[in-house]
Design a protein around this ligand. Structure first.
Ligand SMILES: Cc1cc2nc3c(=O)[nH]c(=O)nc-3n(C[C@H](O)[C@H](O)[C@H](O)COP(=O)(O)O)c2cc1C
Length: 353
């Protein structure tokens, strides 16, 4: 079904195709998820600070900015859906066109600029959905008109309004499409921001930090060490990357994979001995070997965005088939156990996977 839909959708302007797809999925989430549903198996669940992911793959921020696809993705059977980025006030985002596909590279360039309806609408949308056992993450950011020295207030407003609605939260300071946002990756700012968020985090929900893939090794080491020593519960690695030759915006998909993998590896080097610190991998993940590489580095769960656009929602079923088959190959009945052994014994993926 997706290959037919893709033929039509890829003829349309990318943002229009996105809006039409979301509109349709939102009208009949149960119907549209049916052909792609993965069976929830207890043996495939993975523990995180936010609770058990029923499957080691989730949906990255930006696909469902307004929290309209909660029912669809929970029926599909993904481990987690991260909605947002949510800003306190509604905003239009950058002028169109601002979303571009590169099918030959299975990559996307976007300069959306946190277009969204604002926190109140997202709050109301979340309350209309049934998410079953799926983990819900909420990614928060600042409005474009808010100067950086007032940014903390923006993060606090959205967190206060949504803190009961999700299982984890993400501070986004790494989108390349809001001027000056990446400057907020400075440790002084993060220190103050997480102190303030902790004060109002009455339910002790995990709050993660999402970082850019364009940091150098020293910066990644510094930020990871800081995160470990602070109230940050984990890191999401990574956001989109800047490639001057592709134009203004952030690049995701295959072209991002190597950069994001380097960052994930560096972050895990610093943090993986702390079992209570989550590292969620994202960026160019499109095949089972990518997940396996992440497990070898000490990670557990990953997110997808671009590969769903190019390969369709059936991608989750393919991952599930491969996970089950490799578990049986190595004689494991519990995925978490396999993940531990892949890391500790640097287990290689058999050749035909
Ligand atoms: C169109 C588009 C919009 C995005 N919007 C957001 C966003 O609002 N907040 C965010 O943290 N990341 C956003 N991202 C980044 C993704 O969450 C993810 O980090 C990135 O796309 C890399 O994953 P991928 O290669 O699997 O797509 C967006 C990505 C795309 C393609």
């Amino acid at each position: 079904m997706y290959s037919l839909a893709k033929k039509i959708l890829f003829k349309l302007e990318p943002e229009l195709a996105h809006d039409i797809t979301l509109g349709l999925l939102n009208t009949s989430p149960r119907f549209f998820s049916l052909p792609y549903q993965i069976e929830n198996k207890k043996s495939l669940s993975v523990s995180t600070r936010a609770g058990q992911w029923s499957f080691p793959l989730g949906i990255a921020a930006g696909l469902d900015k307004q929290a309209r696809l909660i029912t669809f993705f929970s029926r599909l059977g993904v481990g987690a859906l991260e909605v947002g980025t949510v800003t306190p006030l509604p905003q239009m985002g950058n002028p169109k066109p601002r979303l571009f596909r590169y099918p030959a590279d299975e990559s996307i360039l976007n300069r959306m600029g946190f277009n969204g309806p604002g926190v109140d609408v997202v709050q109301s949308n979340i309350s209309k959905h049934d998410k079953k056992s799926m983990i819900l993450g909420i990614n928060i950011g600042k409005n474009k008109i808010t100067p950086n020295d007032k940014a903390i207030e923006d993060y606090l407003v959205s967190f206060e309004k949504l803190k009961h609605a999700g299982e984890y939260f993400v501070v986004n300071v790494s989108s390349p499409n809001t001027p000056g946002l990446r400057e907020l990756q400075k440790l002084d700012f993060l220190n103050e921001l997480f102190d303030e968020l902790t004060k109002v985090n009455s339910k002790n929900k995990p709050i993660y930090l999402k970082i850019a893939p364009d940091l150098n090794d020293n910066q990644v080491k510094e930020i990871s060490e800081f995160a470990l020593s602070s109230s940050i519960s984990g890191m999401i690695c990574t956001n989109t990357t800047v490639m001057e030759n592709m134009g203004k915006g952030g690049v995701s998909g295959e072209l991002l994979y190597d950069r994001a993998k380097r960052i994930r590896r560096k972050v895990l080097e610093v943090t993986r001995n702390d079992a209570t610190f989550d590292v969620i991998g994202v960026g160019g993940v499109s095949e089972f070997s990518h997940l396996w590489d992440f497990w070898q580095d000490g990670g557990k769960v990953m997110q997808l965005y671009s590969s769903i656009i190019f390969k369709g929602p059936g991608i989750f079923k393919s991952f599930q088939d491969q996970i089950l088959s490799v578990m049986s190959y190595f004689g494991f009945t519990n995925l978490e156990e396999l993940i531990r052994v892949v890391y500790e014994e640097k287990l290689n993926l058999p050749k035909n996977y």
